[in-house]
Design a protein around this ligand. Structure first.
Ligand SMILES: Nc1ncnc2c1ncn2[C@@H]1O[C@H](COP(=O)(O)OP(=O)(O)OP(=O)(O)O)[C@@H](O)[C@H]1O
Ligand SMILES: [Mg+2]
Length: 366
């Protein structure tokens, strides 16, 4: 089952993580929510893979399931496999998983305030993670290494900060501490779930830069979850787009930005702020994702899709995720029509307007 992953440069790298058919549901009072449905992907050694999609699309449940961090119940892992270096993470005992987390796998959460211990000094928290995997290190060595790590992620005066509590640090510094903890044991895999969403825009850029530096320093393969396609463009080589618990498009970032092959991706890109547009002109995707309690029979995006008009197939037959060339996958019956960049997109998008906008962008680009 070890499919190789092609990169943009055409070379192949061995997959470090191979997720197959991950399916997770939540039992709620209202019924069973199909949170993650048949998700499969690979992540190569050293690769940065973006995972995007609207709120509730299943990004966090996908990532946190791999680490045993989705509480069961209410969640239930229905099926799937997550081979990390050949071992299935989904079958590991809690204790084994705890060893993997903070060791071979580092995690950066969205909100460092809830992930960090408020009553423990920063240096101590970094030291505890280090000690889990370096039993022979003395307290002094642990502190020295903690200071080095803080310095690596750009924390000013690391020898002072190491003795402070999380509440004495700004949000941006706290997130850098989280990154320091995540890379403390030289992980082979980094999972970052919305690492910059809670931060101011200027701080976001700095923290992303540090995340990138940390990634380069450790060479860790990285799964970067964000709902910001700008972050994906800046950081990732490949991207997975999720919608209503399923992957709807996947492929190299450059190709997908140039020519998305799923109407949902078209919509996401159109709702991205662009330098040549005022904010008023942003086009959010109209409507809402479907209920995960009662997903529609056909395509989950059909109700919001501009390509669907008058086509019953979208309502009756769920599109499979298929290869569409250039190392890309799309789950749209009519992905061929998106080869023409002015076709498709979400509903109520006048095609002429889109074409006119595109001409403006091209003119600006030149
Ligand atoms: N604790 C929970 N109880 C019940 N259902 C849940 C719970 N957590 C998640 N879900 C279900 O799983 C779905 C996916 O949630 P998930 O947190 O993975 O979304 P997400 O893509 O990470 O969204 P966001 O961008 O808001 O973080 C939700 O739409 C919801 O139906
Ligand atoms: Mg999330």
């Amino acid at each position: 089952m070890h499919a190789n992953t092609s990169t943009e440069s055409g070379e192949t790298r061995r997959p470090l993580l191979e997720v197959n058919d991950l399916t997770v549901e939540f039992r709620t009072e209202a019924g069973i929510a199909q949170a993650v449905n048949g998700v499969s992907f690979t992540l190569a050694e050293g690769e940065i893979l973006g995972l995007v999609g609207e709120s509730g699309s299943g990004k966090s449940v996908t990532a946190m399931s791999l680490l045993g961090l989705v509480p069961q119940p209410p969640a239930r892992l229905r099926k799937g496999q997550a081979l990390f270096d050949g071992r299935d993470l989904l079958t590991l005992e809690r204790r084994e998983l705890r060893r993997v987390r903070g060791g071979q796998v580092g995690v950066v959460f969205q909100d460092p305030m809830t992930a960090l211990n408020p009553v423990q000094k920063v240096g101590k928290q970094i030291g505890e993670v280090l000690r889990l995997h370096n039993r022979e290190m003395s307290p002094r060595e642990l502190t020295t290494r903690a200071v080095d790590l803080l310095s690596l992620v750009g924390v000013p005066q690391p020898d002072v900060r190491v003795r402070q509590h999380p509440h004495e640090l700004s949000g941006g510094l706290r997130q850098r501490v989280m990154i320091a903890i995540a890379i403390a044991n030289n992980p082979r895999l980094l999972i970052a779930d919305e690492p910059t969403t809670a931060l101011d825009v200027t701080i976001q850029a700095q923290v992303l830069m540090m995340l990138r530096k940390a990634q380069q320093e450790t060479g860790a393969a990285t799964l970067l979850i964000t709902h910001d396609l700008g972050v994906v463009a800046q950081m990732a080589e490949r991207v997975i787009v999720m919608y209503a618990g399923r992957i709807v498009e996947q492929g190299p970032v450059r190709e997908i930005f140039a020519r998305p092959r799923h109407p949902y991706t078209v919509g996401l890109l159109d709702s991205l702020p662009r330098l040549d547009q005022d904010d008023e002109q942003l086009r959010p995707i109209r409507g809402n994702p479907p209920s995960l309690l009662n997903p529609p029979d056909g395509c989950a995006f059909a109700a919001r899709c501009g390509l669907r008009q008058g086509r019953d197939r979208c309502l009756t037959e769920r599109p499979e995720l298929v290869e569409v060339g250039d190392g890309r996958l799309s789950a749209c019956h009519f992905h061929d029509e998106l080869v023409d960049p002015d076709a498709g997109g979400p509903v109520a998008e006048p095609a002429e307007q889109r074409a006119a906008d595109r001409e403006t962008v091209e003119a600006v680009d030149e």
